[in-house]
Ligand binder design. Structure first.
Ligand SMILES: NC(=O)c1ccc[n+]([C@@H]2O[C@H](COP(=O)([O-])OP(=O)(O)OC[C@H]3O[C@@H](n4cnc5c(N)ncnc54)[C@H](OP(=O)(O)O)[C@@H]3O)[C@@H](O)[C@H]2O)c1
Length: 248
């Protein structure tokens, strides 16, 4: 009984910390409601679940895509408009080489090193932002997660009291750092916060905005629909400099 109580207290304390240190949704500046559609797009994390969807859908939309990958053999997509660059997001020179000449960057960076403190997301994003700022690349769309900042609790009870406190506390701290770095940057950014990801079908119908999710049930969305929403953010300013959630 004591253990359960301690666990609940720890989970609540973690949630309070994530709220206090995280970003809050802001409405986009009204003077900037439209954007031109960037042609050249760099996709970071292109070999991941969301990343592969981003590459496929971006090519289908007619973008010239550069995929930033650690291992070429993990991206079995061939297309005349696809260029693959090998590198590591923690290595600034490889990030800079990929960012140079782009019109926009999309990141679906993630990793599986859950059980000890890491700074892969924040340091990797710091490199991306630094390269974007020094090469004048204007737009950054980055996938983080519901459950950060003012969306704490909105992944549902299972995530709030088990997955985040038990499996993902370090990961979520680093995601908070990552979001803060983006908010402090000089680029035009949109942080996309999805619910739990699935490899399901693209439904083309999902909710988005600041007040979505559930404090009780786990909310989900397919990586295909997340990619669709992220690609829309390249040419829409509705959520510029803000943190929309997205789920079914
Ligand atoms: N899973 C969920 O339910 C859920 C829910 C909400 C949000 N999210 C977040 O959504 C994002 C995307 O998730 P996902 O499951 O689609 O992604 P994923 O399959 O985990 O893919 C992550 C990508 O990041 C790449 N990467 C990792 N470290 C790198 C490095 N040092 N340099 C360059 N690339 C690196 C990986 O490359 P390799 O292929 O070489 O490893 C991979 O392409 C993540 O940030 C995740 O936390 C996930």
């Amino acid at each position: 009984m004591k253990l359960i109580l301690l666990w609940v207290l720890y989970s609540i304390a973690l949630s309070v910390g994530l709220v206090r240190s995280g970003l809050r949704f802001r409405t986009a500046p009204s003077s900037r409601r439209s954007a031109s559609r960037p042609t050249r797009v760099l996709i970071i994390g292109a070999t991941g679940g969301t990343g592969r969807q981003l590459v496929t859908q971006a090519l289908a939309r007619g973008h010239a895509v550069t995929a930033f990958v650690r291992n070429r053999s993990k991206l079995a997509i061939e297309h005349l408009q696809l260029r693959i660059i090998q590198g590591d997001v923690l290595d600034y020179s490889s990030v800079e080489a990929a960012v140079r000449g782009q019109e926009a960057v999309i990141s679906a960076l993630g990793h599986k090193q859950y059980f000890w403190p890491t700074r892969i997301l924040s340091e990797g994003t710091r490199n991306i932002l630094r390269a974007m700022e020094s090469h004048g690349v204007p737009r950054f769309v980055c996938e983080t997660s519901l459950g950060l900042g003012d969306t704490v609790g909105r992944m549902g009870l299972y995530y709030s009291f088990f997955v985040i406190p038990f499996i993902l506390p370090f990961y979520f701290w680093d995601k908070t750092r990552q979001e803060r770095l983006i908010a402090m940057s000089k680029v035009d950014w949109v942080i996309v916060r999805p619910g739990a990801l699935t490899n399901g079908e693209k439904r083309n119908a999902y909710q988005h905005g600041p007040m979505i999710g559930s404090f009780i049930w786990t909310v989900r969305i397919s990586r295909a629909d997340v990619a669709d929403f992220m690609l829309n953010q390249l040419s829409e300013n509705t959520y510029l400099q803000s943190t929309p959630g997205v789920c079914w």
